[in-house]
Design a protein around this ligand. Structure first.
Ligand code: HSE
Length: 331
């Protein structure tokens, strides 16, 4: 059996990690939950029963075989190497190690072989994880030359505080008040905000560049041109994305559907005759990423395909992918 630690268990991602470990019957002998001193000693109701939250210390977590980190990048940078040095396999949900050449960035459906015997494994940005499960099988079939993507991202991407702000401020707006904002750059209720994370010198936001950098690394295509516009919308926990790919080979829409229908982690939801397509309302709480609206792209002609995806930001976008990595580690 395996001893597992979840660090940052009071956050939205940490709580989902515990739920997914339980749901997937992860082969653990002990599960320990860690958070900051502020939450230590509190009891948490989990699918494993009531559990006491422990204060994070390297010594305590080093008693575990695997640590799932749902903490800030600064925290990960400081403590993940210390835990790895003590023999713990660390699966880190922050961006601290994603771009290190010697650290794997893994989506198990796509590049599980990258894990090797690494002691620190990076979990991708939610938007990227949700996108690449659809892109990778299409790349295998048609060869992807360029990608253009626009995102429709849920409040949960900003954590539990983001979800709370959306709910509270929506209520405030409906009660005749004014919606405010602390977590988001602007009030999110009844709004669409084309701004997630900091603006970079090139005019893209960091969130947008993460999609470029991480898609390249996971798919093993270091020069793939990717242009992303990342947008926050008033949805609780599933991200959607509209993607256009230009392909090496001519695309066949029926073949694309067949390939996606067989792809692991993907649920083909594409029956426009019956108004069936991916939506966050249906993708929330589900493991599979919904993919649909598959059609030839009118600009790229035979060598282009459009698709729309929706995936749970806290599951495939975070906790599920991390637990899947842990499953690869113990397999
Ligand atoms: N940065 C993402 C978002 C969260 O804000 O939606 C995913 O890692």
């Amino acid at each position: 059996g395996v001893k597992v630690a979840v660090v940052g268990v009071t956050g939205a991602v940490g709580a989902e990690m515990v739920a997914v470990l339980h749901d997937r019957k992860f082969p653990l002998t002990d599960l320990r939950l860690f958070a900051s001193a502020r939450s230590a000693g509190k009891t948490l109701e989990t699918p494993f029963g009531s559990k006491t939250i422990e204060e994070f210390t390297v010594d305590s977590v080093a008693e575990c075989d695997i640590a799932l980190l749902a903490v800030s990048g600064d925290f990960s940078k400081e403590y993940a190497p210390q835990l790895a040095a003590r023999g713990v396999t660390v699966i880190d949900n922050s961006s601290a190690f994603r771009y290190d050449d010697d650290k794997p960035l893994v989506v198990p459906e796509i590049n599980p072989h990258a894990i090797g015997d690494s002691k620190i494994i990076a979990n991708p940005n939610c938007t990227t994880a949700i996108l690449v499960v659809a892109l990778a099988p299409l790349h295998k079939e048609f060869g992807i030359k360029r990608v253009i993507v626009s995102t429709y991202q849920a409040a949960s991407g900003a954590g539990a505080e983001g979800m709370k702000e959306l709910e509270d401020e929506t209520r405030a707006a409906l009660n005749g008040g004014q919606a405010g904002n602390k977590v988001f750059a602007h009030p999110l209720p009844f709004n669409v905000i084309p701004h997630i994370d900091k603006f970079q010198d090139n005019g893209y936001t960091k969130e947008e560049m993460k999609v470029t950098w991480e898609t390249r690394k996971i798919m093993g295509l270091p020069d793939l041109p990717v242009s992303c516009t990342a947008v926050r919308i008033p949805i609780l926990r599933a991200h959607s994305e509209a993607a256009t790919i230009e392909t090496e080979k001519p695309v066949d829409v029926a073949r694309a559907r067949a390939v996606l229908g067989d792809a692991p982690g993907v649920k083909l939801v594409d029956d426009t005759a019956n108004n069936v397509y991916p939506m966050p309302l249906n993708a929330s709480g589900k493991y599979d990423v919904e993919v649909g609206r598959i059609r030839k792209n009118a600009v790229f002609g035979d060598n282009g395909l459009d698709l729309f995806v929706s995936g749970d930001q806290l599951l495939k976008g975070a906790a599920l992918n991390a637990v899947q990595i842990a499953e690869c580690v113990v397999a």
